[in-house]
Design a protein around this ligand. Sequence first.
Ligand code: ZN
Length: 391
Amino acid sequence: MSLLNELYEQSDLYKIRHTAAHVLAQAVLEKYPDAKLGIGPPIDNGFYYDFDLGVDEEGKPISFKPDDLSDLEKRMRQIIGGQFPLEYREISVEDAQKLFANQPYKLELIAELAQANAVISTYRQDSFEDLCRGPHVLDTNKIPLDGFKLMSVAGAYWRGDEKRPMLQRIYGTAWHNKKELKEHLELLEEAKKRDHRKIGRELEIFILDDEVGPGLPLWLPNGNILREELDKLAKEMEDKAGYQRVSTPHIAKEALYLRSRHLPYYVEDMYPPMDRAGQQVLPEADELPVPHPDPRLGSEVLPRPPAAAVRVRHGVPLREVGRGPGAHPGTWLRPGRRPHLLHRGPDRVRVRPLHRPPLRHLPRRRLRPLRHQVLDEARGPRRRPRGLGQG
Ligand SMILES: [Zn+2]
């Protein structure tokens, strides 16, 4: 656990939020007596609690109704005003199992605690007792009546496992006082106004589409202008720094990939070989540049298997965006790839990959099946890869 987390766990705010979660669970149980309780921890800006309200006739999980949140909040205020002390006790496994006999999720947690030989403890306020290790405020009245708010309901799988039941999670936020809550809510409002998804659409920069996938923007003409300008700037800065650009094809003979050592290490990320004018060629894997055999480019610039992170040189992320009309295919470098650049001038630097075990260190027995598998699967009868320049 990080120091920051530790400090948070000892803070009043953490205890306020944790206790608010317990009070919420009590309110929910009073309204839905058959509800099964998941867990209810404090989180960054507040707390949540997961509930299983059972399933409807169609077998779908029952969710909270629209006005449930305001009703629950009202009841929470009553409980808070009751000034109920938070009472801690440690109990045996048997007692815990009896106490939570009709709470299957709690029973699962108890079984795990028992197996780990851990202390089983509960906290109780008013009529509600929860399996819990704390910490909590001394009594419910320490939760500021005007410093908390129930925010939303979302579905959440029990223990984050999609094979387990979908529970109903109520999110709440809680603060030291009304002023802090107000500031937090205002911040959320402001953030909503600045949501990049909203702004991107409004300014016709990009749109996000569920069908394409999350975080995968579809750039609109305005956005593309931005991208092209950034690209131009990057190129200008690279020019100034003495870079020259070269281009390579998207495909090359597999022997070249063996020589460059991409094939043994990156075979799983590479596309299968394809036939081109009777020659077997391998399309480059995404993120992998075609290795360049031209001696004029020198071994210094023979592209290496890239490191995981995007390389930045002279403060410019080395990624190419867009593809001009009629441009050579190889000039379209994908995000995260290092353009094939010649570096000249006094500050010539050789960029080494972070992890690139030399080929000779790879046990032969590991390399050979790999190589065979690649070549055999690709084209049936195996053929010795010919050396560079021979084929
Ligand atoms: Zn608790």
